[in-house]
Every structure is written in structure tokens, then in C-alpha cells.
Design a protein around this ligand. Structure first.
Ligand SMILES: CSC[C@H]1O[C@H](OP(=O)(O)O)[C@H](O)[C@@H]1O
Ligand SMILES: Nc1ncnc2[nH]cnc12
Length: 290
């Protein structure tokens, strides 16, 4: 049995969570640089919680400059077991309407200007991301959203684009019609891949703010419209989060899907050939197997 520690990574519009006992913002540095902001920690219904605003309070970081590696490292470093990513997104499906939530279970990664791995020269590792989210944690998010009275869709493919500009009409149509994506955002990659490398259970809750630019009745996406929907979504997101401790419990078994053993057979570089400097940086993320 392990002590549960639930982390919420809050996206656009979510810069804190309420109701934590002993709430405290703390600065924690990492070998990968500073995280997006200080970490808010506390206890909710007897369960340890952590919160990190993805873009920083005041929305400092663009989707490209979010320090994804530092963010995941810091969560692992402080003992987090379960990471819930909460994000704003556009929808490619008529029935997935603004205000609805989607429990994402697949990704198409179209980002290209970000560091995507903790590993590299001197310690090469290949983890599987065939199933990039944790079904156990995703099921808890689904139950929490239903309890909170949110219209929620169980499963969906999230296309991660580089941004910061929104998609062209041609791209929007291609992602929707040819590629089968359901929602679009700019931040869940490489976040989900890095969480897997760090052996953290990861679930993604996408809060729909708009129909991107494909929908003939909605015209092109603009940030004013997104912010309006975001305000309502953010309150619903916080309501969902409050219900997670009771659903996940104060202690947990090993992940039945193996998220917490992702590195078991992943490292290819022989012990004698490993770069000591990189090994030192991997202390939190890969300490279990090094
Ligand atoms: C505010 S519109 C675009 C912005 O919102 C989303 O951020 P997040 O995923 O952190 O909620 C989207 O990915 C873009 O970064
Ligand atoms: N349409 C959209 N495209 C990319 N990121 C988004 N975030 C919210 N809406 C979005």
C-alpha cells in the first residue's frame, strides 16, 4: 500500500483550488529548471493534495514555454502518485459541446518545439504510451464529474498542437474528418508522455470551450469566447476535483495497469555506459530503477 497524493495540473482559467487544509505555496526547484510556479499543497478529506498552475499564476507561460519536464519532476519529487491534468480545449464533434468535459484516453502529438523526454544521450529509455492515460484514474475523474452534474464524455482523442495560434480551417477539418480527433488543445503533450516516463498515473480532463474553426454555425474560435466559457468550466472543474479524494482514498495499491512500473524494462543504456550527470538529474523521475 502507498499513501495517495493527488496532483492537479490546472490549465487556462484554473490557477488554484479551494478547500485545502494546511494550504501552503512552496517553491521547489528541479534539475530540469523551475516549474511553472510554486506548488500548492494541503489535505482534502484526509488525502494529500498538490496543485500546480500549468501556465503559472497570472498566465506567464505559453503552451510552448511551459516547463513540462520540471513540472512532472517536481510532482514526482514531492511524492505525488496520481496526476490529473485539467485543460481547456476545442471540440471537433457536434455532440461534444462547449461546457462539456471529456475524459481523454488517446492523443495525437503534433507539437514540435518542446523537450519531450527526461532521457537521451547517456541514458536511453523507451516507454510505451500506447495507452497514455491511466484507466483507474480516468474512471475516478469520470465518476467525480458525473457526481458534480457535469455533462461528461467517456473517452476521446486529444490532438496536441504547438500553438500559440489556433488552427487554420483546413487543419481543423483535417484533424476532425481524416484524423479522427475529438478535441484539440496545446498542452497535454509532452505532459502525458513525461508522466509515463516518471511512472505517474495520469488522467486528462478536457473542458470544452469552443468548436475550434470547423463548425459552420460557430465561425472561427476567438479567445474572448473561450474565456467566457472557461469561467463556467473552471468552477465545474474545481467542483469535480473536490470529489476526487473520496473516490481515490488515502492509500492505494500498485496501479493495475502498470503505470507505476513503466520504466521496468525501458532503459537500454548499460550501467557502465551511463552519463553520471544525466543519472543525477534522473534521481526523482527514475530513482526506482536506477
Ligand atoms: C485560453 S485558449 C488556449 C490555451 O488554453 C489551453 O490551455 P490549457 O491546456 O493549459 O488549459 C490550450 O491548450 C491553450 O494553451
Ligand atoms: N480551439 C482550440 N484549439 C487549441 N487550443 C484550445 N484551447 C481551447 N480551445 C482551443
Amino acid at each position: 500500500m502507498t499513501k495517495t497524493k493527488i496532483a492537479v495540473i490546472g490549465g487556462s482559467g484554473i490557477y488554484d483550488i479551494d478547500g485545502l487544509e494546511n494550504a501552503e505555496w512552496t517553491a521547489v526547484d528541479t534539475p530540469w529548471g523551475a516549474p511553472s510556479d510554486q506548488i500548492l499543497t494541503g489535505v482534502l478529506n484526509g488525502v494529500d493534495m498538490a496543485f500546480l498552475p500549468r501556465h503559472g499564476r497570472g498566465h506567464i507561460h505559453s503552451p510552448t514555454t511551459v516547463p513540462y519536464r520540471a513540472n512532472i519532476d517536481v510532482l514526482k519529487r514531492i511524492g505525488v502518485t496520481d496526476v490529473i491534468s485539467v485543460s481547456a480545449c476545442g471540440s471537433f464533434r457536434e455532440q461534444m459541446a462547449p461546457g462539456d468535459f471529456v475524459i481523454v484516453d488517446q492523443f495525437i502529438d503534433r507539437t514540435f518545439a518542446r523537450e519531450k523526454s527526461f532521457f537521451g544521450t547517456g541514458c536511453v529509455a523507451h516507454v510505451s504510451v500506447a495507452h497514455p492515460t491511466c484507466p483507474r484514474l480516468s474512471a475516478a475523474c469520470l465518476a467525480a464529474a458525473i457526481d458534480a452534474g457535469i455533462t461528461v464524455h467517456d473517452g476521446g482523442t486529444y490532438l496536441a498542437m504547438e500553438g500559440p495560434q489556433f488552427s487554420t480551417l483546413a487543419e481543423s477539418k483535417m484533424y476532425r474528418e481524416s484524423w479522427g480527433a475529438d478535441v484539440i488543445g496545446m498542452t497535454n503533450m509532452p505532459e502525458a508522455k513525461l508522466a509515463r516516463e516518471a511512472e505517474l498515473c495520469y488522467a486528462s480532463v478536457a473542458m470544452i470551450t469552443d468548436y475550434d474553426s470547423w463548425h459552420p454555425d460557430h465561425g472561427e474560435v476567438d479567445v474572448t469566447q473561450i474565456i467566457q466559457t472557461l469561467m463556467g468550466n473552471a468552477d465545474k472543474g474545481r467542483d469535480m476535483v473536490k470529489r476526487l479524494p473520496d473516490l481515490l482514498g488515502a492509500t492505494r495499491e500498485d496501479c493495475p495497469h502498470g503505470c507505476d512500473k513503466a520504466l521496468e524494462y525501458a532503459i537500454l543504456t548499460g550501467p557502465d555506459a551511463r552519463d553520471p550527470a544525466l543519472m543525477a538529474k534522473l534521481d526523482a523521475v527514475a530513482g526506482r530503477v536506477l
